[in-house]
Write a protein that binds this ligand. Structure first.
Ligand code: MSP
Length: 501
């Protein structure tokens, strides 16, 4: 058994939840569920990033105070995550007093250790990124390379984090922890940034109030990113409950999008070193979910709300598609057609039909009572291999591979039924054996797939006559031979009704 503290980025409340946010959050949720299934101790954190100029302006534009605006949008994120069955253990909001306290004690520690200094800063600032840019990194017309919007010239006296001192400590940390940043291309990207040389970074602002006050200088608030990163420490008791903090830190695993690599893979480990705590154990970086080749964003008006897709495909349909069709790491293109094809192929046809078929034949040939599986079934080895593969894949954050391995059991079970045609045969031990094998395969699939499609797997479990849920049974029960037989197998509506284009 191991312990894992899993995090999503905290989402800016200037925007409303779209499937790009849902993508990261669903992956984190499925991985958290997998670890719980395997008996690991899990703390799964998500939340909202509520300070900064961008949020302040979004609130003003709607005639609201930043607080009211943050309350409304945080509630929309919480609602979206409820709809998508996100099983977080904590939802942090950076405006909470616990967070303000933790940020102040964290950065006070960095200050006390001599890594923060006052200096003047002038530069080109992108409000959308909440970050300064070097001229060389800008697009033509002094536009932000991430958002394409014009940057603004700002000049202020700020406190600076002495990041430049951490080039060597970071390189040492990367060398000692070759697995820390994944996939390898992203690790190399982060190393490239560090090797290029690091400049000190401005971490406070006097121009805005909407933030966490600097404890040693009341005129300043911390720049939003330096309060935001610390949310991960706040949530496990940094500065308040040392025992709790040490329980979960550094067993932390951050899932992030590639847009925030620099902050998480360079600045954050450096800040941890500066505060005298260990950097995170792992940071997994994924690509963008694109729509028509472009990143979803408010500015580009190409956002898709999760609720729209849930209406058409159900929660599990959306979860399955995002997990199965967008391998973690590279960019992936979202398309309605792709989602429809995947839904019909894997969920409606392969899994849904398998269950209906088995339930129908059990009703006809076994009076509705599910027989036992055969110990020497050809499916036993298929299932054993899939369990091992799925476990390894979920642990390396490869949901697509994990589900592919799981669906191999579904395909092989369908193939066994096609080959033996129990619906044509006379009732007897042969038919019982095949149907028992199919029920056992379905039981194992329900366990393996429940982190991805929890609702459907609970229903599948119930239909094959089992009590409790696959999540309660746990991964240790995913061994061939567990289906007891003698249970009532229920017929019902299709688990995944087929959809038309
Ligand atoms: N608030 C910061 C993160 C602070 S973490 C200490 C932020 N917020 S964000 O809401 O703009 O984006 C957060 C994350 O949402 C991205 O890193 C990424 O994980 C996810 N995504 C937003 N749009 C996305 C896509 N189109 N595709 C995939 N992920 C996307 O940055």
């Amino acid at each position: 058994m191991s312990r894992i503290f899993l995090t999503t980025p905290i989402y800016y409340v200037n925007d409303v939840p779209h499937i790009g946010h849902a993508y990261t959050t669903i992956i984190a949720d499925a991985v958290a569920r997998w670890h719980r299934l395997a008996g690991d101790e899990v703390f799964f954190l998500t939340g909202t990033d509520e300070h900064g100029l961008k949020v302040q302006r979004a609130a003003e534009a709607q005639g609201l105070s930043p607080h009211e605006h943050a309350d409304r949008t945080a509630a929309r994120f919480a609602e979206a995550w409820k709809l998508l069955e996100i099983s977080y253990d904590d939802f942090i909001r950076t405006t909470e007093p616990r967070h303000h306290r933790a940020v102040q004690s964290f950065l006070q520690a960095v200050h006390d250790r001599g890594h923060i200094e006052l200096s003047t800063y002038e530069g080109l600032y992108c409000v959308a990124c909440e970050a300064y840019y070097n001229q060389a990194d800008l697009l033509e017309g002094d536009r932000c390379p991430v958002h394409g919007v014009p940057v603004e010239f700002l000049s202020e006296q700020n406190y600076f984090f002495r990041l430049s001192r951490f080039q060597q400590p970071l390189l040492d940390w990367y060398a000692a922890n070759p697995e820390a940043v994944q996939p390898e291309a992203k690790r190399n990207e982060a190393l490239g940034i560090i090797r290029q040389g690091l400049e000190d970074v401005s971490i406070t602002r006097t121009s805005i109030d909407w933030g966490v006050r600097v404890p040693w200088d009341e005129d300043h608030v911390f720049y939003v990113w330096y309060d935001a990163l610390i949310n991960y420490a706040t949530a496990v008791g940094y500065g308040l409950d040392q025992e709790r903090f040490e329980r979960w830190w550094p067993a932390v695993h951050h899932l992030i999008g590639k847009d925030i690599l620099r902050f998480h893979c360079v600045y954050w480990p450096a800040l941890c070193l500066a505060a005298g705590i260990e950097p995170p154990r792992r940071i997994s970086v994924h690509g963008y979910l694109l729509v028509g080749g472009e990143k979803m964003s408010k500015t580009r008006l190409n956002q898709i709300a999760p609720a729209e897709l849930v209406t058409d495909f159900g929660v599990d349909g959306l979860r399955y598609h995002l997990l199965r069709d967008t391998p973690f790491g590279p960019d992936g293109d979202f398309s309605y057609e792709g989602m429809l094809a995947r839904y019909n192929a894997d969920l409606a046809n392969n899994l849904g039909n398998l269950l209906s078929r088995v339930a129908t034949v059990v009703a006809r040939k076994c009076a509705g009572t599910g027989p036992r599986p055969r110990p020497d079934s050809p499916l036993a080895a298929v299932a054993g291999a899939a369990v091992a593969e799925a476990d390894a894949a979920w642990r390396r954050i490869a949901p697509s591979e994990a589900l592919d391995a799981t669906w191999r059991i579904v395909r092989e079970t369908n193939a066994l039924l096609e080959a033996t045609e129990p619906w044509r045969a006379e009732p007897g031990p042969e038919v019982d054996g095949v149907l028992g094998d199919a029920l056992e395969a379905l039981r194992i699939v329900a366990i393996l797939a429940c982190p991805a499609i929890p609702g459907a797997c609970d229903e599948l479990w119930r239909r094959i006559g089992l009590a409790g849920s696959p999540a309660e049974a746990g991964l240790s029960q995913a061994q061939w031979g567990g289906y007891p037989g003698g249970l009532e197998v229920l017929r019902g509506d299709p688990l995944f009704p087929r959809k038309q284009a």
